[in-house]
Design a protein around this ligand. Structure first.
Ligand SMILES: N[C@@H](CCC[C@H](N)C(=O)O)C(=O)O
Length: 321
């Protein structure tokens, strides 16, 4: 039987998007592992399921490349937002996710001819029980050196609501990620700190309102970008004085986003703004657990997005040289 998928990305964080009314239509875990295999048309970082919702315009589920399910996906939510808004002929919508129903809307383009959406990132918590993560008897890890991780990097643990460990670096050498990879691989395998793994991001403050973020994602590995990680990094950078801006520009290997950070008492209102690019339509023949790609129809959107990448690379070179 032939199934229609969209290939989409937010900041180069690439997903297959599939819309269905039947939440049990296919073996999502088995399918996602095949779709994300780099040997199959370059793979992807995960699968976004768009499903009916009793309480919102639609429901989003996120399956990581390794088959694990995540509670949230910021880059993916922008793509789902565009898909749902275009399908319903609206510029605003509410999307049900595992832990919250989130408001999404079409936004002014962040770069010429780039479809742009703004999505709410919520709930936010610094309580280690929400990650889940354990460290001695602490209930939080906030801008703290953890000798077992690094003698110099200060880390913050935060859920948005998926789990993130954010390290703020003092230097601008955004070319060597060896330490980050070693720590992330340790925390995403058998260890005494994180039972279900954690997304690990290193943040490089560049200006008072600008950071660079590289993320090793739980269930995927290094990706071009992680929307929830970039938003969490903008929040943590503000809280720790690395930046002082309500709107933070976040560069990443896959492009850039804007993260809005508002605080009222202990409540944070976080908004992630960035591209929602649809690169191709895929027709995939699925017979039980056997898959074959029948046809790929490229859109023209990636050509325009490459111009955005070229602009970002020039900006980054100027900021880090
Ligand atoms: N890349 C996504 C996050 C996807 C889930 C994450 N890997 C997790 O398991 O928490 C994003 O853009 O936020």
């Amino acid at each position: 039987m032939i199934y229609a998928f969209l290939k989409v990305h937010g900041s180069g964080n690439t997903f297959y998007l599939y819309n269905t009314n039947d939440e049990n239509e296919l073996d999502w875990v088995h399918l996602t592992k095949w779709l994300c295999d780099k040997n199959n048309e370059g793979g992807a970082d995960g699968l976004l399921l768009v499903l009916p919702s009793k309480t919102a315009d639609a429901k989003m589920r996120v399956i990581n490349a390794d088959g694990s399910e995540a509670s949230m996906c910021g880059n993916g939510l922008r793509c789902v937002a565009r898909y749902v808004c275009e399908k319903l002929g609206k510029t605003h919508a509410n999307i049900e996710t595992m832990k919250a129903t989130l408001h999404v809307k079409e936004e002014a383009q962040i770069f010429e001819s780039i479809p742009t959406y703004a999505v709410e990132i919520s709930p936010v918590s610094f309580d280690l029980s929400t990650l889940p993560m354990v460290y001695k008897n602490q209930t939080e890890i906030k801008h703290q050196i953890i000798e077992e991780f690094s003698p110099s990097i200060k880390f913050t643990a935060v859920s948005v609501p998926n789990p993130h460990l954010i390290g703020i670096l003092e230097d601008r050498n955004i070319s060597d990620f060896t330490h980050q990879e070693q720590l992330a691989q340790f925390l995403n395998s058998e260890n005494d700190y994180c039972v279900d793994g954690i997304n690990v991001s290193y943040v490089y403050p560049l200006k008072n309102d600008t950071i660079f973020v590289r993320t090793f994602e739980r269930g995927v590995g290094f990706t071009n970008a992680c929307g929830t990680a970039m938003t969490a990094s903008a929040l943590v950078s503000n809280l720790n004085g690395a930046v002082d801006a309500e709107v933070v520009t976040v560069y990443n290997p896959g492009g850039f986003v804007k993260c809005e950070v508002k605080q009222q008492n202990d409540d944070f209102q976080l908004t992630l703004i960035g591209n929602a690019t649809f690169t191709a339509e895929y027709e995939i023949d699925i017979k039980q657990l056997d898959y074959s790609i029948i046809e790929i129809k490229e859109t023209k959107e990636q050509e325009q997005y490459e111009k955005c990448i070229n602009f970002v690379n020039k900006e980054l070179t100027a900021l880090t040289s």
